[in-house]
Write a protein that binds this ligand. Sequence first.
Ligand SMILES: *[C@@H]1O[C@H](CO)[C@@H](O)[C@H](O)[C@H]1NC(C)=O
Ligand SMILES: *[C@@H]1O[C@H](CO)[C@@H](O)[C@H](O)[C@H]1NC(C)=O
Length: 620
Amino acid sequence: MIAYVLYSALAGLAFLAFLLYLRNPYFLKDLNYTVTAIKIAMQLRKFKKQKPFYSILDRFLDKVARHPQKKFILFEDSSYTYSQADKESNRVARALSTHAKLKEGDTVALFLGNEPQFVWVWLALTKLGCTASLLNYNIRSKSLLHCFSCCEAKVLVAGADLRDAVEEVLPTLNQQGVRVFILSEECDGEGIESLSDKVQQASDQPLSPELRANINIKSPALYIYTSGTTGLPKAAVINHERLWLASFLQAVSGVRSDDIIYIYLPLYHSAGFLMGLCGAIDKGLTIVLRRKFSASQFWNDCRKYNVTVIQYIGEIMRYLCNAPKRDNDRDHKVRLALGNGIRADIWADFLQRFGDIRICECYGATEGNIGFVNYVGKVGAIGREHFLHKMGCPYALIRYDTEKEEPVRNSKGFCIEVPRGETGLLVAKIGERTPFSGYAKNKQQTEKKKLRDVFVKGDFYFNSGDLLKIDNEGFVFFQDRIGDTFRWKGENVATTEVADHLLMVDCVEEANVYGVKVPGHEGRIGMASLKLKENMDFDGKTTYQHVKNYLPSYARPRFIRIQDALVVTGTFKQMKGKLAEDGFNPAVIKDPLFYLEDNKGYVPMTQEIFNSIAEGRVRL
Ligand SMILES: *[C@@H]1O[C@H](CO)[C@@H](O)[C@H](O)[C@H]1NC(C)=O
Ligand SMILES: *[C@@H]1O[C@H](CO)[C@@H](O)[C@H](O)[C@H]1NC(C)=O
């Protein structure tokens, strides 16, 4: 009898589980994510409550105490243990404290490539209670000065290899009373001082936590410049709480403390610094640091250092898949890739070619207050909706007018949430738990990212600038950036979607799609800049067949420009603004141009065609 009851109960439970599974095949993964999310929320609460609060530096020091001899950073042919890193940063902190008179609350600009000293200087600044402003080492002159003044840094620490760039702006910096230090042994010159010799002479004894006693979890930890594809960079304020949240992404993605992570993305940006470096410190990992991405060295490095976790952004995955195939493509220990922006076609290619690697797509902006994680590994999705998430951070996809470049509002003046399956602009409520710190010394840009009176009078939302779609199963898909999406013949054209189709054409290696203005026409017409595969010509016929089969007529690129290399930002984002400005005039553009002639296909662009379009003799 008892056996029967038990049996029935078990069968009932099994049936219930089965029903749950039928309703949601991702049930277990959702559950697992729920548990992880709750754990992390509790952890953050604990960090906040502790007095003084528990910072990423405290985590680092705990790891130093726990495993001083564990390798922290492997770089080229050198390696540094946790203990060595701690001591090195003590020296830097003491040198800066003595010679630059740094104190709690000061801001210091770091102008340095991906190298261990970057980490030492940052740790040193954190030990002194200072805020680090991470400058993009590719910028020069006016932009450099602009970034510098955004954060009002008192001191600049620059790499020896960037001395020329510093000297170019030195008079202005000196005028502003900025102390300039170069990471070299000696450095003669007015208004510029060497730092490495001072570091070597300094003691490596620990610094007193008293030095940073007034820093709290809301204090700015970093300034990170958003790599705007247009205009001057903006300095996003990253406070310690935000830093923790970004660091937790590794834990959410399933990174373990015995993993070895490969960091080649620039440390001046949030992917490399927050998700990569800080996440690695949180888990106490070994980091393989590389100056720059190299498609040819990528897997060799992974093999050489036994890398188990890699980071990516979409373009990188494409570069890796485009590299010539090798016999040892699957010979590596990489088990997990985390990042953002991998397109569905490359995702499939990548797995097929490089083996069973779990890909964890994460979505989030440096300055944003919202993120998603695709923790179930659904190909093509940037994340998955989760009820806890929505509770903690109310967000919505709202209808957006691409022509007027603003959200659509109803008769009462409020925004309209799009139905499931439709594309909308992601906005996230700004509140106590989901703050938006904005940009340093830039009220105007900060206000621009805030949307008010969204659903009720007086509410505030963060405008992500991204057009997303959420399907019936709750998967989130990236559609386009606003500004990238353009309108032609009253229809929205998502540039990423068109680019995905062009990339399916055999001769195309990379594609950048944008809209260009045509005299006498409203909106913008589609144009694509293509990089072709090695030793291949532009195959106009196949391209035409493909776009004709897969894209509605308004979305087909009317003009094609062939370039030897597509221009990208320091973080590999494609630049569209300049190309759109260049337009399609063969008298101006020296690259080969093609024109899509109705019912005919792509033909070489001529001055005659251009003139007849410009004079309105040909209607597009
Ligand atoms: C749950 O998630 C964690 C972190 O992502 C992962 O390490 C673990 O393997 C998962 N467990 C199951 C049963 O999926
Ligand atoms: C990588 O792993 C292999 C085998 O597990 C080991 O022999 C080798 O020393 C490791 N290499 C490094 C750089 O740790």
